[in-house]
Design a protein around this ligand. Structure first.
Ligand code: GLA
Length: 725
């Protein structure tokens, strides 16, 4: 049950698992008191912890705020640490002194204007808003906190309103700050690069600042908008974890700063590098939403909270709970080299195997035979598709498959009709030579007319052709992030305005085409974040389709995102990115960790492999609902061991699917055992593959015995069913 208790100037938000507490000091400042285990009451004199700061001292003109744990620290008025907010007034000063004014409690979750955010249709959540203000600047600051009933998540964001007459400049507007009393934590971030997205990075924290950020215009493959502080004893199932993620897809920062007293300030929000926002009288600026998680059960508790958040409060639309179609994508099958005949042959084979959706990737429009032209001209290439998309779509549907199409709507090729007509519609900096990346430029989505073009270009195709699925790609970052649509003093607003423009297009899109399944992509998983998931229920995890490498990417991605959000396909061997060869069953077992699909030319496979694929697919379809929506447990970390293992358990605990991959072959060893998790200890499970009947507690204690085939990168997977009522 969620509660917000406000008593004796103490604000206490809690559900059944955790509490978040702050109080007023001296009637003015919001002091952070506690984020963690649920508390029944908070009566102690927390201020005593900051021994040199008797309450009365806050009247004196001293740097007292520099020691105080705070909810909304600012610059230039006593706190000498990095702050949440920095606003400059007309006199040039950024001294900001926000003091308490009022609070309100609501029984719902407000949406954030123009931005993706968590929602709650059940009214089981509660929201506290606290208003602060600075009279000198004429600035009102409203802090929002929502606590959910069904997941251990606190959503926070900030709204800044100019209630005076001055022109204000926001130089930093982060979304959440939590001051911890100590610094005995290790920091987890998800970092990497193209084809190596979201790997687990642990580091000790120490005095100074440490964290991750992106100034690339996208949340990025290099750093995900997420970080977690964990107690030194924390691991997969034990210890305290405090996690921070952002419901946003653009530039961000997430960091932990340890101060001179050994306190830790954790903050997350918009990256202030290159950021600025003019706020004139009457205007409000809304920060993206931060979602904070407290887990007393290590990383698994954190993941379960985030998975529930994604599944029930972030992802929307008809595919939120629906079975996702098993797709075949032609990218690695043909790249740009295809015609209608070739596509239909692949589609026919895909249908024979049992796939349900055929996706035509890049290369169907303009005269795009390579990645150097035509982005922006979303008209089919009749050299390749003489009957157009409509005829192809009809033929694909005629084979019993749904039809999906790739777009990269936010981009323009210099060699395109769109660019020739509107050379100023891309991000650029005045006369400076335009830098291409993958031979392309970024459309300036901060401009309304560009957003309108992008919306109509995609919507026209979706209206005239029967399309069931869209892969929405984005393959380069912003550099420079300048716009011809705004004056010099507004250029620092462009990256965030771009995101607002993109979100407005996506909102229009999903509203106009509610039947379409959207999958987001950015050179693989370069924009895998909670913001995009609000519009698109799944994201292509990585351009690296190698089963071995995918174990790492998918394992770490599962820290935050559920398996229903992760695009995962079986591709050809030798793998196109790594040259590695792995067996079909390993590739299938790894793809079962996500939405499952194919990305290879099935017309070239021998009959024996086609038969194996049919068999594997029939098995996947039999447990699809559990695979997509079951409770996910990581069992063995590829980052620490010679393999990876995970399992999913249906909500009623009557079905489970277990996967284990071994990387390097081992000889002359006992057979490994894999203790399971999340089963009903009293239930007897039938293990399909071994025909054993084992109790839940036996499986969770002694484990499943693993008999891998010989060789490297081999796997075993098991389907378990409750054997009796
Ligand atoms: C990106 C995507 C790929 C594919 C290509 C097409 O790299 O991540 O999956 O769609 O673009 O150009």
């Amino acid at each position: 049950m969620t509660e917000i208790l406000v008593e004796n100037e103490l604000f206490h938000l809690r559900n059944d698992q955790f509490s978040y507490v702050f109080r007023l000091v001296n009637g003015q400042f919001l002091m952070h008191v506690h984020f963690g285990r649920r508390l029944s009451t908070v009566q102690g004199d927390i201020l005593r912890r900051f021994a040199t700061v008797p309450e009365a001292d806050f009247d004196r003109n001293e740097f007292r705020l520099d020691r105080l744990p705070q909810e909304a620290p600012t610059f230039g008025y006593g706190d000498l640490r990095d702050g949440l907010l920095r606003v400059r007034g007309e006199d040039g000063s950024d001294s900001l002194n926000l003091t308490y004014r009022s609070y309100a409690v609501g029984a719902n979750k407000p949406a954030l204007e123009g931005l993706p955010s968590a929602y709650d249709k059940t009214s089981a959540c509660k929201t506290l808003s606290v208003t602060l203000a600075d009279d000198r600047l004429g600035l009102e600051c409203r802090l929002y906190y929502t606590i959910f009933d069904d997941c251990d998540i606190l959503a926070r964001h900030v709204e800044l309103t100019n209630i005076g007459a001055q022109k204000l400049n926001i130089e930093r507007a982060l979304s959440a700050c939590v001051d911890f009393h100590q610094s005995d934590y290790k920091l987890l971030t998800l970092s990497g690069g193209w084809a190596r997205e979201r790997h687990m990075d642990w580091r000790a924290i120490m005095q100074g600042i440490q964290g991750v950020s992106s100034a690339r215009g996208a949340s990025s493959a290099q750093s995900n908008p997420f970080m977690a502080l964990a107690t030194s004893n924390a691991d997969e199932t034990c210890g305290d974890v405090f996690a921070f993620a952002l419901v946003y897809s653009g530039n961000f920062r997430a960091d932990a700063t340890v101060d001179q007293y050994g306190q830790t300030r954790a903050m997350i929000g918009l990256n202030d590098e290159g950021f600025g926002w003019r706020l004139t009288s009457g205007e409000t600026f809304v920060t993206p939403e931060a979602v904070l998680c407290y887990s007393s059960r290590g990383l698994s508790g954190m993941s379960h909270a985030f998975h529930t958040l994604c599944r029930r409060h972030i992802v929307r639309g008809r595919y939120r709970d629906a079975e996702r179609p098993i797709l075949l994508n032609n990218w690695e099958a043909t790249y740009f080299d295809f015609d209608e005949e070739k596509l239909l042959a692949i589609a026919a084979k895909a249908a024979e195997i049992g796939a349900e959706l055929f996706v035509l990737d890049d290369g169907w429009f303009g005269h795009r035979d390579a990645d150097n032209c035509s982005l922006g001209d979303w008209v089919e290439d009749t050299r390749k598709l003489p009957g157009g998309l409509a005829r192809l779509s009809d033929a694909i549907h005629g084979r019993g498959l749904k039809f999906g199409l790739w777009f990269e709507p936010e981009m323009v090729s210099p060699d395109s009709d769109l660019y020739r007509a509107h050379p100023d519609w891309c991000l650029h900096a005045g006369e400076m030579e335009r830098l291409t990346g993958r031979n392309q430029l970024v459309l300036d989505m901060s401009r309304t007319e560009v957003c309108d073009y992008v919306y109509h270009a995609v919507a026209d195709v979706l209206t005239r052709v029967k399309i069931d699925y869209v892969k929405w790609d984005m393959n380069r970052n912003f550099s420079p992030a300048g716009s011809a649509g705004f004056p010099p003093e507004a250029q620092r607003e462009v990256p965030h305005r771009y995101m607002l423009g993109l979100y407005s297009v996506l909102e229009r899109m999903v509203t106009a085409f509610p039947e379409v399944l959207f999958e987001s992509c950015a050179s693989g998983g370069g924009r895998f974040d909670l913001g995009m998931l609000h519009y698109m229920p799944q994201t292509w995890c990585s351009d690296n389709t190698d089963a071995h490498d995918r174990c790492f990417v998918q394992y770490a991605t599962s820290l935050l995102f559920p398996q229903s959000a992760m695009g995962a396909h079986i591709s050809a061997v030798p793998n196109h990115q790594t040259g590695r060869t792995t067996g079909m069953s390993t590739r299938s077992d790894v793809a079962m960790g996500g939405t499952y699909g194919f990305e290879l030319d099935v017309t070239r496979l021998p009959d024996a492999e086609i038969a194996e694929m049919k068999h594997l697919l029939t098995r996947v379809k039999g447990v699809r609902n559990t695979l997509l929506y079951g409770v996910f447990h990581r069992l063995q970390s590829p980052f620490e061991t010679n393999g990876a293992a995970w399992m999913v358990v249906s909500e009623d605990r009557r079905e489970a699917v277990v996967t284990s991959v071994r990387f390097r072959a081992q000889v002359n060893r006992t057979l490994p055992c894999l203790p399971l998790r999340g089963l009903d200890p009293h239930c007897i499970y039938h293990v399909e593959e071994t025909d054993e009947r084992l109790s839940g507690d036996e499986l969770m204690t002694l484990g499943l015995t693993l008999e891998y085939p010989s060789g490297d990168d081999v796997s075993c997977s098991f389907v378990l069913h409750a054997a009796h009522d």
